[in-house]
Ligand binder design. Structure first.
Ligand code: TA6
Length: 302
């Protein structure tokens, strides 16, 4: 396995994780540190803030991920777009940041490597266990592998000797689409969901792909299914394969959920299809146990 730090000269000895031609640490928007990853068939960017992937593009394809033009790269505000990591809770929480503290915390790079035939990999760890009441000790690692596909994995270990660790995890992925009103989302036909726009009323999808025609915020539980987004404008199919996940969320704010860091027309070019374990699917990790949430994001021409 070539490409580890210790077998290639690095341009900046001070930057222990750069790999010439494959991994570079740079100052990103808002002067926040980011890692640029270049693989033979694809490239990506990951901000240390939240270990948030903000860009991925397969060679010859349009960008896979949406990033808001109004996204703020500042403290205590999640970057709007890419793949926010929702952990250790999903949704609002009284007196705390929505979707957990992981996405507004600066992660640390723990490893970078070039894996022949697999791609370029970077791993990040969430520093220390937040000194918060009621949290057991845990280790959280996020692994990004880039080539013609984007593979993301969140590995959480309960390092506590006695307490179980209960948490939600979710990759809140913003996919770039040509026109929201023309996409079709398949893989959730006939699935039960909870409609967050209707006070979480229980509903069931018809036996046909989902189309987005209004504000959409649907939580599918006990559902391990892979999902596809068919985009006739960008002439591609996005494949979302997942493991270690039995919850999926589909969200688009449309024009009725205004967000200060999302332009008024940007809803047309994005859809969130989120993979994790939320609500009654939340993870209950015994001492010493490990949870692995993984998605593989790929595209195929239509
Ligand atoms: O995607 C599901 C959801 O919980 C929606 O209800 C919406 O609030 C979205 O997340 C965005 O949340 P954020 O905290 O990133 O603005």
């Amino acid at each position: 396995m070539r490409g580890c730090m210790n077998d290639v000269p690095v341009e900046h000895a001070s930057d222990a994780f750069s790999i010439p031609g494959a991994v570079a640490r740079e100052a990103g928007n808002g002067n926040l540190p980011k890692v640029s990853i270049r693989a033979p068939e694809g490239s990506a960017e990951v901000y240390l803030r939240g270990a948030q992937v903000t860009a991925f593009q397969k060679k010859g394809d349009a960008p896979l991920l949406f990033l808001s033009g109004l996204s703020q790269f500042t403290h205590n505000k999640a970057i709007r777009g890419g793949v926010p990591i929702c952990f250790p809770w999903f949704g609002p929480r009284a007196g705390d940041a929505a979707h957990g503290f992981a996405r507004i915390t600066d992660w640390e790079i723990s490893k970078t490597e070039v894996l022949e035939g697999v791609g370029v990999r970077a791993a990040f760890t969430l520093p220390g266990t937040p000194a918060r009441q009621g949290w057991p000790s845990f280790r959280a690692e996020f692994i990004v592998t880039v080539d013609k596909e984007l593979t993301l994995e969140l590995v959480v270990t309960n390092t506590d000797s006695s307490q179980p660790f209960e948490f939600d995890n979710c990759f809140h992925t913003y996919f770039a689409v040509g026109d929201i009103s023309q996409i079709a989302i398949s893989g959730l036909e006939n699935a039960e969901y909870f409609d967050h726009t209707k006070n979480d009323a229980a509903r069931r999808e018809p036996n046909e792909p989902i189309r987005i025609t209004a504000q959409t915020d649907r939580v599918y539980l006990d559902n391990p299914a892979s999902v596809q987004i068919v985009d006739p404008v960008l002439r591609r199919r996005i494949l979302i394969s997942k493991s270690g996940s039995v919850s999926t969320v589909v969200w688009n704010p449309w024009t009725t959920q205004p967000l200060s860091d999302l332009g008024p027309e940007e809803y047309r070019r994005m859809v969130c299809v989120e993979s994790g374990n939320v609500g009654r699917n939340r993870i209950k990790l015994a001492p010493g146990a490990v949870s692995r949430l993984k998605v593989i994001l790929a595209t195929r021409p239509l």
